[in-house]
Every structure is written in C-alpha cells, then in structure tokens.
Design a protein around this ligand. Sequence first.
Ligand code: SAH
Length: 207
Amino acid sequence: MDLIEKKKELIKNLIEQGFLHSKEVIDAFESVPREEFILERDKVYAYADYPLPIISGQTISAPHMVCLMTELLEHKKTDKVLEIGAGSGYQAAILSKLVKKVYTIEIDYDLVEFAKRNLAKTGYKNVEVIRGDGSKGYAKKAPYDKIIVTCAIPEIFKELINQLKLKGKIIAPVGSGWFQELILGIKTKTGLETKNYGGCAFVPLRH
Ligand code: SAH
C-alpha cells in the first residue's frame, strides 16, 4: 500500500472511530503531509495511528490525538491560536489550515529549527515558531481564541487562562505521571469550566 492509500484508510478509520467529523478538520488532515514532519526512516509509518519519535527525545502525537484535540477546539477562520510545544510543526500545520494565525512556542533549539524547516518546505505561512518556555504562555501576542498544549502539564497554569479571551478554549494533557487526562477548558467570567476527555500520554513539560 502506498502512502496515499494508507492516508485514505487512516482517515476512514478516524471518521469511523469518531476522532474526525467536521469537514474542515477532515480537509486539513487530508491536505497536510505528515510524512514531511517525521524522520526519513519512519516515512512508511506516517499514516499509522501512533506517535513517532522525532528529535531531542520528543514525539509527534498519534493522528487520532491530533484530530481529537483539533476537533474539540472548534476553530474559526478568524482565530488566533497559541500552541505550546511545536515539536515537528505538524499540529501547527493542521491548525494553520483552520485559523487565521498560529503562534507555536518550543523550548528546544533543535526542535525550533526542525519545526521551522518542516513548515517552510510544506509552505504554511501563517505559523510563527517562537523559541521559549511556554509554561507561562506567550503574553506578547495574547489574548488568544484558543490554546493547545501538546506536552503534559501538572495543572492548567493561571498565566494560560489569563491569556485566553472570554469564551476562549484551552486543551491540554493534565497530570504529572506517565499518563494524563485530556482536559478541555472554556474561559468564563468566573474562571475556567472544564471537561475531561479521558486518558492520554504526552511527553512532559520541560524547563
Ligand atoms: N505538537 C508537536 C508534538 C509536541 S511533543 C507536533 O505536532 O509534532 C512536545 C513538545 O513540547 C516537544 O517538542 C518539547 O520540546 C516541547 N516542550 C516541552 N516543554 C516545553 C516548554 N516549557 N515550552 C515550550 N515547549 C516545550
């Protein structure tokens, strides 16, 4: 089976399993080449539904997790989004198809270059990769319509909530162990209303 067929098969499965449902996210997933965001040796696995190692001991999330998190944020074309943990740049590329502007912050210098290179070769221009510690968000471009955290955080830090617009949404793997809970938060006048979407496993936040 070639990559195009594998991708079609994966999309079909993700729709059947409920991870993909909106036309916009299906189109975004279809158009972004995951094979361009992973290591050369792993290209044959680009459309297998599991995480893959990238560089600096980090991983690109499994396709179903990317789809689940993206769908839950219910993006609009006018959105300004912050991602914490650029990694390969793949999640940012998917977001770039759905929103106006993506800021993605990455702590690791080598991964900043990796993400920039991957995004440049695939031509996603409304994404800015920033080198920095994202645990306090990125105040410079706040407030955001959406925040997506792609490394495990022990709690949803107040700085992140502060950087969200009212009714803005944040999704994050929350927990300190090997496994975390996928939490969706909506900012209200009084704080953050949260909903738990079950277990997940992300690499931990680094300082
Ligand atoms: N979203 C990525 C996968 C992220 S893996 C993708 O689509 O490929 C988690 C990433 O979070 C790693 O690249 C890691 O270096 C980064 N990270 C960890 N701690 C961080 C921090 N404090 N600030 C910003 N990025 C961080």
